[in-house]
Design a protein around this ligand. Structure first.
Ligand code: SF4
Length: 432
């Protein structure tokens, strides 16, 4: 991988310099450019010198510009050198719970602080070198997203399966230089979720606001766990215990810090059969990508839109089948039951995850073959709505089936549902 140009914005500095798609940026001001962060950091100057490889020729350009002027270049990738992989061996690693026949890219175990900064990917920090830490501080790569699991180094070593510097030492180093962190604990019943969780919350909350938040998510287990330590899935009772700890801590932290600081993922409430907290509980929803408040946020949007749907004039009658994961089904069912506009009908079907096993109930891990098998004898109506979250890029499911495969197998037309129901309804009600 290298800094290969994939697009040049018309009228930009790069356009004026007549750079081409396929050209490669080698250095900026003599510095090697390893990723998009390096690129952005190094172009922030009033005078820059860039070295470019174009058609086997090396060219040097001197550029005078305003300090924060962009060059108008887009790249094929955001990481130009090698992706940093984890070298860890976590007892719950999802990659190790996949069938061996799955596509190679799913087995890529990244643990790259640059992706943590750019995309919010969680890292263990176990592979951070002194150079990496120096760079994070110099380039202010903040906030980062860090998997803590526990602040007890011996236990953490057992959980992530490799040796590392004491985790608080790295946290101290980063936070004392102004780097903020969002953190998470992947909770495993009986391993890091009782006294140990209390200790982790107490320790990390002392770093607030340098540590901005702590998400507690339950371990995900598929039916392909082989030669891995035994971990039991969460039950109603064990999920309730975790929620009790978190709720108690939130009460104290809210008083002390003005923030809940620690949040349990939606899955804990669903497993524990407890009501989801209200909208304000999630404050700025800073860990929504991690499943913290995702359902509440969806429901808040959905409730606003239902009235509008019911009052809307829809010329032609249409019928849709909507699919969802088992855990989200009751929430969506309640929303759908509020639709009284008889020009539009919905048939909601929960898809059981036969592919990964029935302990997996989230919508995001639904595979194409389960949709085909479970809908093949059902009346679908005019369209089948598949949530976008089930798909990787190129409309591909985790099991390599495509949206076109589903359309062909079920002889139906598919519409991709958006994360918010209001956006999905805009698409559905605008179909001619
Ligand atoms: S850090 Fe752990 S969970 Fe993440 S990819 Fe590596 S082994 Fe898997």
């Amino acid at each position: 991988m290298s800094a290969v140009i994939s697009n040049i914005i018309e009228g930009s500095i790069a356009d004026d310099l007549k750079l081409n798609i396929g050209d490669e940026i080698l250095t900026i001001n003599g510095n090697h450019i390893n990723d998009i962060v390096d690129y952005r950091y190094n172009i922030n100057d009033e005078y820059i010198e860039i070295t470019v490889r174009s058609d086997n020729e090396t060219l040097i350009f001197e550029i005078e510009k305003d300090y924060d002027d962009d060059l108008g270049i887009e790249f094929e990738d955001i990481i130009f050198d090698k992706l940093k992989t984890c070298g860890a061996n976590c007892i719950f690693c999802f990659e190790k719970q996949l069938p061996k026949t799955m596509r190679k890219t799913l087995f890529l175990r990244d643990d790259d602080y640059r992706l943590s900064f750019l995309n919010g990917n969680y890292i263990t920090m176990a592979n951070l070198t002194q150079e990496d830490i120096k760079r994070i501080i110099t380039q202010r790569l903040s906030p980062l997203y860090v998997s803590i699991h526990t602040v007890d180094d011996n236990l953490r070593e057992k959980i992530i399966g490799r040796k590392f510097k004491p985790v608080l030492e790295t946290i101290n180093k980063l936070t004392s230089h102004g780097i903020q962190l969002h953190t998470q604990v992947v909770a495993c019943p009986g391993i890091n979720d009782s006294e140990e969780l209390i200790n982790t919350i107490d320790t990390l909350s002392k770093y607030y606001p340098n540590i901005l938040s702590l998400a507690v998510v339950p371990v995900g287990l598929t039916r392909y766990r082989e030669n891995l330590p035994k971990i039991t899935p969460y039950t109603k009772k064990t999920a309730q215990k975790v929620l009790d700890i978190i709720t108690e801590k939130q009460k104290n932290l809210k008083k002390k810090l003005g923030t809940n600081f620690v949040w349990a993922s939606d899955e804990f409430y669903i497993k524990a059969k407890r009501e989801l907290p209200a909208n304000h509980h999630y404050e700025d929803y800073s860990q929504i990508e991690n499943g913290i408040g995702l359902v509440r946020d969806f429901l808040t949007d959905a409730k606003k839109i239902i009235k509008r749907i019911n009052n809307r004039y829809i010329k032609t009658k249409k019928s849709f089948t909507l699919i969802t994961g088992v855990s989200f089904y009751p929430y969506l069912k309640e929303i759908i039951s509020g639709i009284t506009n008889d020009q539009i009908t919905f048939n909601l079907i929960p898809i059981k995850n036969d592919f990964f096993g029935h302990t997996v109930t989230v919508t995001g891990l639904i595979c194409g073959q389960d949709i085909i098998n479970q809908l093949k004898d059902k009346e679908i109506g005019d369209y089948l709505v598949i949530p976008e979250v089930c798909l990787l890029e190129d409309e591909l499911f985790l099991d390599d089936l495509t949206v076109s495969d589903i359309e062909y197998a079920l002889n139906t037309k598919v519409i991709i549902g958006k994360p918010y129901l209001s956006d999905t309804f805009k698409i559905l009600t605008n179909i001619k």
